[in-house]
Write a new protein. Structure first.
Length: 377
């Protein structure tokens, strides 16, 4: 049993019962890149479909699971298509949205995560005040604004029940620039209720142009002190990373694998201590990286002592858990306990919490890792 819970009030099991993989780093962790809508329990999708009388092609859990999950390397476009299998079930439903957020916190606590930043597109979960209404839903009465309020409620109930900290990041979508100004306004409105940042997600292989609406939203975010991350260089070229950092003023890069193809950019970002949100399992199944993990870009990041985190991205679709990302890094990339500690401390340093809360989180990690705080890496 993992007994190092922050306040010592709760014992966490070493792993989720559905994850057979070995736990290689059974210590408190920080996760910075995970999509709420890519981290729903299959059982919850089935329960909500039943309650709402939405018929699904497969009713049995195994059938639905096999429709949703990716087992072989695909493309980012192919991967993103998987969301159409189930998003219509939960979108527009208040109870489902709160439940998903709450259960998400429970699942993270079970993985030994003590601080998580979870991201999602409020528009994708709404059915009014969103144009076009996503997932072929009929118009209803759940706006993106109320979606954010519901997720905040679910997350904070989860925080209290499972004794970890959860904050959120709101996603702009590359193919929907007209939503981006709403996003920054929602970030501003809900910054006291757990929203800590803005992201730009979606299909970089189809939409990597520097759209002025995304740029305006990010300018406003920077002006208001809203923290910024951008999906870039996952499948798109290094120029998308450069734009994310130089134009959108991203403080972190989502994925960023292809940064390595531009030596000058990579050197500059290393010198800047730029944080890369690395998602090993995801990068194989989306086709972003070579399927051979022994050739993964994170091996270079590690060698260069770069600032990066390890993350699940979309554990529902990858049928994965954070333990699997860690055990993969250990098994195929030679990661050690020391490196896991170092990268979690880097993750905490790069998180979007206010300084005082960041310090507190760092203290918890130093304490759990048996480190004296001055022993900086
Ligand atoms: O890995 C990803 N790259 C780009 N976009 C992604 C990835 N995973 C999820 N998304 C998209 C699909 C979700 O509906 C959206 C918001 O969470 O973000």
């Amino acid at each position: 049993l993992y007994t190092g819970a922050p306040t010592g009030t709760r014992l966490l099991s070493t792993m989720d019962e559905h994850t057979p993989e070995k736990v290689v780093f059974n210590k408190p962790k920080v996760e910075l890149h995970v999509h709420l809508d890519g981290a729903i329990r299959v059982q919850t999708i089935l329960d909500v479909a039943k309650r709402r009388q939405i018929s699904l092609p497969g009713n049995a859990k195994e059938q639905m699971t096999s429709r949703i999950i990716l087992t072989e390397p695909s493309t980012l476009t192919g991967f993103l298509h998987k969301f159409t299998e189930y998003m219509h079930v939960v979108a527009g439903d208040r109870e489902a949205i709160k439940r998903i957020a709450y259960e998400f916190v429970e699942d993270k606590a079970k993985e030994g995560v003590i601080y998580v930043e979870v991201r999602y597109s409020p528009h994708f979960l709404a059915n009014t005040k969103v144009e076009p209404i996503p997932w072929n839903q009929k118009e209803g009465d759940l706006s993106p604004d109320e979606v954010v309020d519901l997720v905040n409620q679910g997350l904070s109930q989860g925080e209290r029940a499972f004794n970890i900290k959860a904050r959120s990041i709101l996603c702009c979508m590359r193919h929907m620039p007209s939503w981006s100004m709403d996003i920054v306004e929602l970030c501003k409105k809900y910054r006291q209720q757990g929203v800590v940042g803005i992201d730009l997600a979606g299909d970089e292989s189809l939409n990597c142009d520097g759209n002025p609406d995304h740029r305006k939203a990010y300018e406003e975010a920077a002006r208001c002190g809203i923290h910024r991350t951008v999906h870039a260089g996952e499948v798109g070229p290094p120029s998308v990373v450069r734009e994310a950092v130089e134009v959108l003023k991203a403080e972190r890069v989502g994925h960023g694998y292809r940064t390595l193809e531009d030596r000058d950019l990579y050197k500059k970002l290393l010198a800047q201590n730029m944080h890369f949100e690395i998602c090993p399992i995801s990068s194989r199944l989306t086709g972003a990286c070579d399927p051979d993990f022994t050739k993964h870009p994170v091996i270079t990041f590690r060698k260069d002592k770069a600032n990066y985190s390890l993350n699940t991205d979309d554990p529902l679709i990858f049928n994965s858990s954070l333990h699997l990302d860690y055990s993969t890094a250990q098994k195929y990339m030679g990661f050690t306990e020391e490196e896991f500690k170092r990268l979690n401390i880097k993750s905490a340093e790069s998180c979007f919490l206010p300084e005082n809360e960041k310090k507190e989180l760092l203290h918890k990690l130093y304490d759990a890792y048996g480190m004296i705080q001055s022993t900086a890496f």
